[in-house]
Design a binder for this molecule. Sequence first.
Ligand code: C5P
Length: 228
Amino acid sequence: MSQWQLIPGLQLALDGPSGSGKGTVAKMVAEELGLPVLDTGLLYRLIGGLALQRTVALDDEQALVALVEEMLQKVAWTVDGISFDGENWTGRLRSEAVGNAASTVAALQPVRDLLLGLQRKIAESGCVMDGRDVGTVVLPNAQAKFFLTASVRERARRRWAQLKDDGGSSLEAVIDELKVRDQRDRERQHAPLRQADDAIVIDSTTMRVDEVVDRMLGVLERRGLIRS
Ligand code: C5P
C-alpha cells in the first residue's frame, strides 16, 4: 500500500530525451504512488522491432500503418514491459537498432495518430506516463508535467552502460547515435520532443535517481496533488 493519498485520476507526464533517466524515474514514482506506469517508447519500439523483423521499409507509410493496426489488436502489457501476440518482446526492444527504427517510424503522423487513442485510454483512471510528447500532445491536461534532461555525454554514458552488457558499441559511437536520434526527435514535424510550457525541467546530470524522485514528489506534495 502506498503511504500517499492521491487526487483521483492523477496523471503525471514525464518527457525527455533518450538516456535522461525518465523510464527509471517513472517506474519509481509510479511504484511509490501506487499508480500504473506506461513507457510510451515501448509502443514505438515494438513497431520499429516488428518492422525490422518483417523487413518492412521504414518509410513505407502504408505498410507501417497496417503493422500498427495489427499491433493494436495483439499488444498486451506484461509485468516488466510489452508482449505481442502472446510473446514477450521487451528484451529484444532494448537495442540501439530498434531505438533508431522506433524514432524513424515515430516521425510519421499516421503512426502517431493510431497510438494516441491507446495511450489516452490507458491513462484514463490515472497513471505515470513517460515519452517524448506526453505533456504536449498525449496528456495536455496532466496535473503535473516534468521534463527530464541531462548532458549528452552523461546520457550516452548511461545508455552505454546498459548496452555494454549485450556486447554493445563504444561510448563514442553511442554519443554519435544519441545525437542523431535527439536531432530526429527534436526536429520532426509531428509532435517533436520539446518541453511543455507548464513542465518543470529537471537536469539530472549530477543527480542520483532517488534525488530526482524526491524532487518530483516534493512538487506534487506542494501542489496538493498528493499527501502523506
Ligand atoms: O524512449 P525510447 O528511447 O524508448 O523511445 C524510442 C523512440 O520512440 C524515441 O527516439 C522517439 O522517437 C519515439 N517516441 C516518440 N514519442 C514517445 C515515445 C517515444 O516519438 N512518446
